[in-house]
Ligand binder design. Structure first.
Ligand SMILES: Nc1nc2c(ncn2[C@@H]2O[C@H](COP(=O)(O)OP(=O)(O)OP(=O)(O)O)[C@@H](O)[C@H]2O)c(=O)[nH]1
Ligand SMILES: [Mg+2]
Length: 342
């Protein structure tokens, strides 16, 4: 699952990418080049479990970010090619005012930029849909297979949505239609997360629901503080409960339809990533394919129960550990201990 960091030049994509992933990217990288990097999701639940279990190591879940080329007038549209390979579009919109940083359109206007970017994305999809429809229309003369008929129906629905200025994610496509369209790289079919890169004074301003306001400049200051408690203090002093990078990671993870379950032990405390709605054996398979294959049962402790009780033994003594079978749907925050047989 990959997250595209997408936007106009000078929006702050590269700064955020480097802060998220620790990967430095030179200012003058090859035009058109996408760069990938991994961000650890600093999940407070992992930190709490680490305090309680005192293992040798703690392992966070990860997000995979792709720093896409700038959205610019460019016939090859490298930004689009990069975005198409991703599962979530994280659109970075400049909202900070600094006069030292030029804006390609000459003035800072976040609403205008977001509108333009969304139009570019819809336009790209419209082009693709049109191209496919024309091709199918041509091939139809020689007779049409049921697959082509299905694709044509799905594409016609897409065209209607795009013409009504709706993203394809809101086009009421069923799962079969989405499957048919999958290989076309339609970008508005992907979920979208909007991140406004704002001035410090705008950090608590209300933007549209489902969007985030972060300040890349402040995030750089936060990251420069190495001591975690000092970092928390600093965040508090500017009126925030968590850093923008942490909020970005959490929002992206959720927008991808992902959630975490945990394993705890003397060696490690670890967050694992699964899709929401996954069954216990699928979760087991994340830990090891053998555990999925030989899955018998899973012992579940709810994260909140463990925190309330203070230790694994205490939860068990309270009779709050549950034994579940292969039909159990894992819930966000479940602490799992798999019983298996190989
Ligand atoms: N004042 C201020 N400047 C910022 C902020 N974020 C980024 N900048 C500056 O804006 C410029 C552009 O940022 P970049 O991180 O290169 O963003 P980008 O151009 O979208 O990314 P690339 O095209 O991949 O380089 C740089 O000079 C940054 O230092 C911010 O929050 N506040
Ligand atoms: Mg730049």
């Amino acid at each position: 699952m990959k997250i595209a960091l997408l936007g106009y030049p000078q929006a702050g994509k590269r700064t955020l990418f480097t802060l998220l992933t620790g990967r430095k990217v030179p200012e003058g990288r090859k035009p058109g080049e996408a760069v990938e990097g991994v961000a650890f999701i600093r999940d407070p639940r992992v930190d709490r479990l680490d305090e309680i279990c005192r293992p040798q190591r703690k392992v966070y879940a990860e997000n995979h970010f792709v720093l896409c080329p700038d959205i610019v007038e460019d016939p090859s549209r490298a930004w689009l090619e990069a975005a198409r390979k991703c599962d979530l579009l994280c659109i970075v919109v400049r909202s900070f005012s600094s006069g030292d940083v030029y804006h390609p359109l000459g003035s800072v206007n976040a609403a205008r930029d977001l509108d333009n970017i969304r139009s570019e994305l819809m336009f790209a999809d419209m082009e693709m849909v049109e191209k496919r429809l024309t091709r199918i229309g041509r091939e139809k003369r020689a007779g049409q297979s049921p697959e082509q008929a299905n694709e044509e129906k799905a594409l016609t629905k897409c065209m209607a949505a795009l013409e009504a200025n709706r993203r394809l994610s809101e086009a009421d496509l069923n799962s079969r239609e989405i499957a048919v369209l999958r290989s076309l790289g339609l970008v508005t079919l992907l979920p979208e997360l909007v991140v406004y890169n704002v001035d410090e004074s705008d950090l608590s301003r209300d933007f549209a629901p489902g969007t985030l306001a972060v300040s890349a400049k402040i995030e750089a200051e936060i990251m420069a503080i190495e001591n975690p408690s000092e970092r928390t203090e600093y965040l508090k002093s500017i009126g925030l409960s968590s850093s923008g990078l942490d909020r970005m990671n959490a929002a992206a993870y959720a927008a991808l339809g992902l959630m975490s379950f945990y394993t705890i032990g003397k060696d490690e405390v670890r967050a694992w990533t699964i899709r929401k709605g996954s069954l216990a054996p699928t979760a087991a398979g994340k830990v090891h394919t053998d555990i999925e294959r030989g899955f018998i049962r899973v012992e579940i402790i709810k994260y909140d129960d463990l925190i309330a009780a203070g230790s694994e033994q205490a939860v068990k003594a309270q009779g709050r550990m549950q034994l579940k079978g292969k039909d159990y749907t894992i819930e966000d925050g479940d602490i799992c201990h798999f019983l298996f047989n190989v």
